[in-house]
Design a protein around this ligand. Structure first.
Ligand SMILES: Cc1cc2nc3c(=O)[nH]c(=O)nc-3n(C[C@H](O)[C@H](O)[C@H](O)COP(=O)(O)OP(=O)(O)OC[C@H]3O[C@@H](n4cnc5c(N)ncnc54)[C@H](O)[C@@H]3O)c2cc1C
Length: 455
């Protein structure tokens, strides 16, 4: 047990660097949740994988740090759940919401999930990603693959020449990925080339593989500010009323922050991840700065200033990053965005799959990591990957987009949270929706919503 504590502060030994021009069954670019899971599942099926990661562990990742129930099946399947349970974390049992007017409502997570330890956690991504990457890199190496950290992937090679050339529409369909160019040792490192005809792009919203597909091969929009969100987080100690290792995470639709929201996610007994997020186009319109907005909420808002009175921010923890939402794009042929072409599948943030209402992206990164691996193993076409991905994630992403748009209206938030705070049936309905897909369908039914809200 002693060696488990803070094991995520330690370096990870990923073994020897493969020779230049080596060939693999699959190359996975990025070692976050999406890339680690894709590499782990491929390795478990006996594929030789090259897993490439720009960072050098231990490394941080800007996030709200909430790991929802959707992620936990994968955490278990990849063999990380037990280690995670033994390492410090905050067990989430419910979600508290507040409206611009200051009404609050608590939605309990499904009791059976909480009992089975399958409801959700929050813990620093530095820790979560370390545990996941470490396990998956072991799986990769045990199955004949290689792993390189501090390795910047700079481009994709295609069978009709170097990546990035010949970008014309249509011609992209005929190109087939055949490898990647990298710099081993970081930006100033040694240039190398590795080959595979199956590449998984999992390097987040600035993924070089996503650029090679969406922008360079098809001349389509990679970053759309109406579907991208800016997020800013800080870690705080000694915030009052944040549970003691078990309890609720909090989402607040604060008046000055709507159309965004302010979150407080405890990640351990005394540390809380505090942050704020807003869709980029709305942020630009409002001409606001997230850091200053957050400072104002913490120092002056009647619901929070007392809770932060004796609290202290952990120095250097204030950082921002983008969330590429999976909201459906208008008139796009591929939803939410093109996520595949010959020899390439994009997963997680690289495929723009963050939930546009909750901001959760870890679960969808793990889901698509597994899906991409399965499609490679089964020899399916890239087009089938795009279709199945949207079939699985499309309904809930579309639903969340509707919720996000509704949540931009202050009067509606005030009305809904006001009602929900007085009606246990609404709180139960929300718990049910977290628990079951069928219950989520009810959100599409205006009659169901009308009945529950009005009577
Ligand atoms: C402020 C904020 C709050 C959030 N809160 C939550 C939350 O509470 N819960 C939740 O589920 N999600 C949250 N998200 C979203 C979540 O962080 C992402 O959806 C998730 O990390 C996606 O995983 P991924 O593996 O696709 O990408 P990432 O986690 O971004 O991993 C990408 C990896 O690729 C590596 N990489 C990048 N470029 C290269 C390159 N050129 N070559 C090699 N490697 C490269 C990176 O170093 C990184 O390790 C939040 C995001 C932000 C910004």
């Amino acid at each position: 047990m002693a060696e488990l504590v803070n094991s995520w502060e330690q370096p990870i030994n990923t073994g020897e660097i493969p020779l230049n021009r080596s060939m693999f069954d699959a190359i996975v670019v990025g070692g976050g949740p999406g890339g680690s899971s894709a590499a782990g599942y491929l390795a478990m099926a006996g594929k030789s994988v090259l897993l490439l990661e720009k960072g050098l562990w231990p490394r941080d990742k800007v996030c709200g740090d909430a790991v929802g129930g959707k992620s936990l099946g994968h955490v278990k399947a990849l063999g990380v759940k037990e280690t995670l349970e033994k390492s410090p974390h905050f067990r989430v049992t419910g979600i508290k919401f507040s409206s611009p007017k200051g009404n609050t409502v608590r939605v309990a997570l499904p009791e059976e999930d909480v009992q089975r330890l399958e409801a959700g956690y929050s813990l620093p991504r530095k820790q979560f990603d370390h545990l996941l990457f470490d396990k998956c890199q072991q799986l990769v190496r045990e199955n004949g693959g290689k792993v390189i950290q501090n390795c910047l992937v700079t481009g994709v090679l295609f069978d009709d020449g170097e990546g990035g050339e010949d970008p014309g529409n249509g011609s992209g369909n005929r190109r087939h990925a055949k490898g990647v160019t990298v710099k081993v040792g970081g930006r100033k490192g040694e240039e190398r080339t590795y080959y595979s005809t199956e590449i998984v792009g999992a390097a987040g919203y600035q993924c070089p593989v996503a650029k090679a597909v969406v922008r360079d091969s098809f001349d389509e929009v990679l970053v759309d500010n109406t579907h991208f969100c800016d997020g800013y987080r800080e870690y705080w100690r000694n915030v009052k009323g944040c549970g003691d290792g078990v309890g609720d995470i909090e989402i607040h639709f604060v008046d000055s922050v709507v159309p965004g929201y302010f979150w407080m996610f405890p990640v351990s007994k005394d540390v809380v991840n505090v942050g704020i997020g807003m869709v980029v186009s709305l942020l630009q319109k409002e001409k606001k700065k997230l850091r200053l907005l957050q400072k104002d909420v913490i120092e002056n808002h009647p619901l929070f200033k007392e809770r932060f009175a004796d609290a202290e921010m952990i120095r250097g923890s204030g950082r921002g990053w983008a969330l590429p939402f999976g909201s459906p794009r208008k008139k796009a042929k591929h939803q939410p965005r093109r996520a595949s072409m010959n020899g390439i599948r994009l997963v997680g943030d690289s495929a723009s799959l963050v939930d546009p209402f909750s901001g959760e992206g870890v679960g969808n990164a793990l889901v698509t990591g597994e899906l991409a691996a399965k499609h490679i193993i089964d020899g399916k076409s890239p087009e089938e990957y795009q279709t199945e991905m949207w079939k699985i994630l499309g309904p809930e992403l579309t639903n969340s987009y509707r919720m996000q748009k509704l949540s931009r209206r202050k009067w509606l938030l005030n009305w809904f949270v006001g009602k929900a705070s007085k009606k246990p049936e609404i709180q139960e309905m929300m718990t049910e929706m977290i628990a079951s897909k069928e219950a989520q369908e009810n959100l599409h039914s205006p009659w169901f919503m009308f009945k529950t809200l009005m009577f």
